[in-house]
Design a protein around this ligand. Structure first.
Ligand code: SAH
Length: 343
């Protein structure tokens, strides 16, 4: 059916246009529409995104490319063109994966790059330490896949995560792999990158603010101070073998400074190892739990009191242990827990 309207202003013109267009349409157009209807039903089963389907049909009936000719398709020709377009789109539409740092939790500390990726994601694969605030920045229509579990509980295996991001990208999706803090700091990003490379999937890394940086900012301490420490170590409390061994002699030196990730469970071990290597019980340690978040907790303590203070103040994590740092008095620091500690 061709309908042309002129809102009553020029019915004669409308009739002429209608007649003209009708003569240009091949007699088979109606039948073709019926074939399209059945192909559409098939397509919606295999191509869930409306925009992708629209693109496919636009490819088959692109205006300006002899539409009249195209409408002379026989049913089999149309089906052939459809299969070709489908193959073409499948091979062209291999998605990509962005490994994105979500920062320590506060929206303030999310990069604009991360925000952009979240806004255009089809799939968002996220960890336990990604805050709700950050997740809420994600595209509403995106599929959210949670791949984290509480520590100690059975975690989604790394191979399973690798499989998910590869499969989602292969399905043509734009995947955001969202990791707490910076993806390259204790984030197992290398294992995911390796899997993506092996599968030939395009990927990129969008850095984030690592929790040690946020923790240092929260206590107003410079991670490196001129004349005090020439380096700062980023340590993990755990590695594949259990509690992680470190260069304890180096870390026990009076001016040594380090930020320990995943250190709560290993705190007794760390305390023991450092003191064994001559660190003083008075060595300052600051615990920053939930850095940058509303429920952030700062506890200034010492190596000697570390383990009991973690218990006393019910530090459940996530937390960074800042070895060799004391919280500095600053107007923007909440000293509540510290005051309690000094009672
Ligand atoms: N890639 C992350 C670290 C992942 S390892 C980053 O760059 O921050 C997980 C550890 O990060 C936790 O055990 C904890 O030590 C630390 N962590 C993550 N978010 C934190 C937060 N908001 N406050 C304090 N520590 C945090």
């Amino acid at each position: 059916v061709v309908a042309i309207g002129s809102e009553g202003s020029a019915p004669g013109l409308a009739r002429a246009l209608k007649a003209d267009i009708e003569t240009r349409l091949p007699k088979t157009t109606g039948r073709l529409a019926g074939t399209i209807a059945s192909l559409r039903a098939r397509l919606s089963g295999i191509m869930p995104e409306f925009a992708d389907r629209q693109k496919l049909w636009a490819g088959i009936f692109t205006p300006g490319q002899g539409l009249g000719e195209r409408l002379k398709y026989s049913d089999t020709e149309l089906e052939q063109a459809f299969e070709q377009a489908l193959d073409g789109q499948a091979s062209e539409k291999i998605g990509k994966v962005s490994l994105v740092g979500a920062g320590p939790g506060s929206l303030d500390l999310l990069t604009i790059g991360a925000q952009r990726r979240l806004h255009s994601a089809d799939v968002i694969v996220y960890d336990r330490l990604v805050s709700q605030e950050v997740l809420d920045m994600g595209r509403r229509e995106a599929k959210y896949i949670y791949v984290g579990k509480a520590p100690g509980a059975h975690t989604t295996r790394q191979e399973e995560i690798n499989r998910i991001i590869v499969e989602e990208a292969k399905a043509g999706h734009t995947v955001v792999r969202l990791k707490g803090g910076d993806p390259l700091v204790f984030g197992r990003a290398d294992e995911e990158i390796e899997a993506l490379e092996a599968a030939g999937i395009a990927h990129e890394i969008v850095p984030g603010i690592t929790s040690a940086a946020a923790a240092a900012a929260s206590i107003g301490a410079s991670l490196t101070s001129r004349g005090h420490n020439k380096s700062v170590a980023l340590l993990t409390g755990h590695d594949t073998k259990g509690f992680a061994e470190q260069d304890w002699a180096g870390l026990a030196r009076p001016n040594a400074r380090a930020a320990v990730y995943m250190g709560l469970g290993a705190s007794r071990f760390i305390q023991g190892r450092l003191m064994l290597h001559g660190a003083s019980a008075e060595f300052p340690v600051t615990i920053v739990e939930n850095a940058s978040r509303e429920n952030e907790k700062i506890i200034g303590t010492t190596l000697g009191n570390l383990v009991q203070d973690i218990e006393k103040y019910e530090v459940l994590g996530p937390a960074i242990l800042l070895l060799g740092y004391s919280p500095k008095e600053a107007s923007n620091i909440e000293f509540q827990p510290l005051r309690a500690g000094n009672e």
